[in-house]
Design a protein around this ligand. Structure first.
Ligand code: GLU
Length: 443
């Protein structure tokens, strides 16, 4: 059997990190299996769906390096949905309901107060006739069979439900628009989806979907439900992280796509989280069996750590255009190679560039000390070892060490008490600039 998967975002907002994780894992599984990846835009909700979001979702997926083999929009498939709906109505699996939300709420309350589970109860024929005579517009539910439902989940293992414990799901609204559940199942059948991968918030939906699959095609696909991501405190993703979109990871946090992919691909699995610069090793090592049911915690610090490590291995060619867009078109390969090992975010390079090129106002508290240090500068050419040689000589002559030794040099050379690593910075500045800054000349 060849594998066919889908990623099914609703274009009612930007792709957020939780959804991106589903996309990444679905994609890695698919490519590992040599499968076919369908991008399905769930846009039946015409009021909330926006083209702007659809475009942003596609941009986000492309930025992450996730390609799709086929794309479909649910809004273009309404004729097909109507066809299946007619068939299911004819089979008695979809039936009209007339209760208002208030009536349903009261029913629920009364069930709960009697210690009963709040499961939808179909009214009797007389009641239905009354509703029809009142001229009410129907909405429609899918009739669940009161029988056991089970599947072997690729992440959760054996999952069991019973139709008698579930409410018949509403599948068509009063305005005639079919809801996500039915459309999703019809698409999964028509597109021959073999594996449905999604968040565990869909587990009880899946129980009802299994019966829909059986009613429509006689057979359900396989399912993998991933635990939802939590924040470091273990609670549901906090507001800030929950709304962290791929767009903001890219444009505001200025992070590398492979940092997000590296974290999302391995979070909650038994494989170690490591910085990857390409998708191939993640594809090769992917296996649902490695994923646990525990809630993975999203750690921003870990994302930044991965980001730095990825930048340290990134070639100049890869970042050249982005650097130019940041106004650093004169920054060359030698500078990049000298500095990249000190970056956490790409934009950190701006500090380095500013300090290396000046103008910098040296901060000097003890002019005798910095002048003595200037006299001890080794002859060119300089490299990363020069700083050690130089400060060794300064230490021997002045008797200073540690912070006493390094901080005045840093402040003279950069005008700041923090910033780029001096051993890497020194050869970028070169003897002329270093000498003038140590002797209090702006350069
Ligand atoms: N549009 C649905 C969502 O974003 C799709 C869920 C599914 O994968 O079936 O939750």
């Amino acid at each position: 059997m060849s594998v066919k998967v889908r990623f099914a975002p609703s274009p009612t907002g930007y792709l957020h990190v939780g959804n991106a994780r589903t996309a990444i894992i679905t994609w890695l599984f698919c490519r590992n299996q040599g499968g076919h990846f369908l991008l399905r835009i769930d846009d039946t909700d015409t009021e909330r769906s926006k083209e702007e979001y659809e475009i942003a979702i596609e941009d986000g997926l492309q930025w992450l390096g996730l390609s799709w083999d086929e794309k479909t929009n649910q809004k273009n498939r309404t004729d097909r949905y109507d066809e299946i709906i007619e068939q299911l109505k004819g089979d008695g699996r979809i039936y009209a309901c007339y209760e208002t939300p208030d009536e349903l709420g009261l029913k629920r309350k009364s069930q709960l107060s009697r210690g009963l589970p709040p499961i939808y109860e179909r009214p009797d024929e007389a009641q239905i006739q009354k509703y029809i005579e009142e001229g009410r517009q129907p909405h429609w539910r899918f009739a669940l069979k009161k029988e056991p439902i089970h599947w072997q989940d690729l992440v959760r293992g054996e999952v069991n439900f019973h139709g008698k414990d579930l409410s018949d799901p509403v599948v068509i609204r009063e305005n005639g628009i079919p809801l996500y559940h039915l459309c999703s199942v019809i698409d999964d059948v028509d597109y021959g989806i073999t594996h449905v991968v999604r968040g565990e918030d869909h587990v009880s939906n899946t129980a009802t979907h299994v019966q829909m699959f059986e009613a429509i095609s006689g057979q359900a696909p396989q399912f993998a439900h991933l635990p939802l991501i939590a924040d470091m405190e273990g609670g549901k993703l906090s507001k800030r992280l929950g709304s962290l979109s791929v767009k903001s990871v890219r444009e505001e946090e200025m992070l590398e796509p492979m940092a997000l992919v590296s974290l999302m691909a391995r979070m909650g699995s038994s494989d170690p989280i490591e910085p990857f610069t390409s998708l191939e090793p993640l594809i090769d090592s992917f296996d649902f069996a490695k994923f646990s049911r525990n809630t993975p915690k999203f750690d921003m610090d870990e994302l930044l750590r991965l980001n730095g490590k990825i930048l340290h291995e990134t070639s100049f060619e890869t970042v050249q255009v982005r650097l130019a867009n940041m106004g650093l078109q004169d920054l060359d390969e030698a500078f990049w190679t000298a500095v990249r090992g000190n970056l956490v975010r790409l934009e950190d390079i701006k500090d380095w560039w500013q300090v290396a090129n000046g103008p910098v106002d040296p901060v000097i508290d003890d002019a005798d000390f910095t002048a003595a240090a200037a006299d001890l500068l080794p002859p060119a050419p300089w490299d990363e070892t020069t700083f050690k040689t130089w400060t060794g000589a300064v230490k021997d002559q002045t008797g200073r060490k540690g912070k006493e030794l390094f901080m005045p040099l840093r402040k003279a050379l950069t005008g700041m008490d923090h910033g780029p690593e001096l051993p890497a910075l020194l050869p970028l500045l070169g003897p002329e600039k270093v000498k003038s800054r140590l002797t209090r000349k702006a350069a």
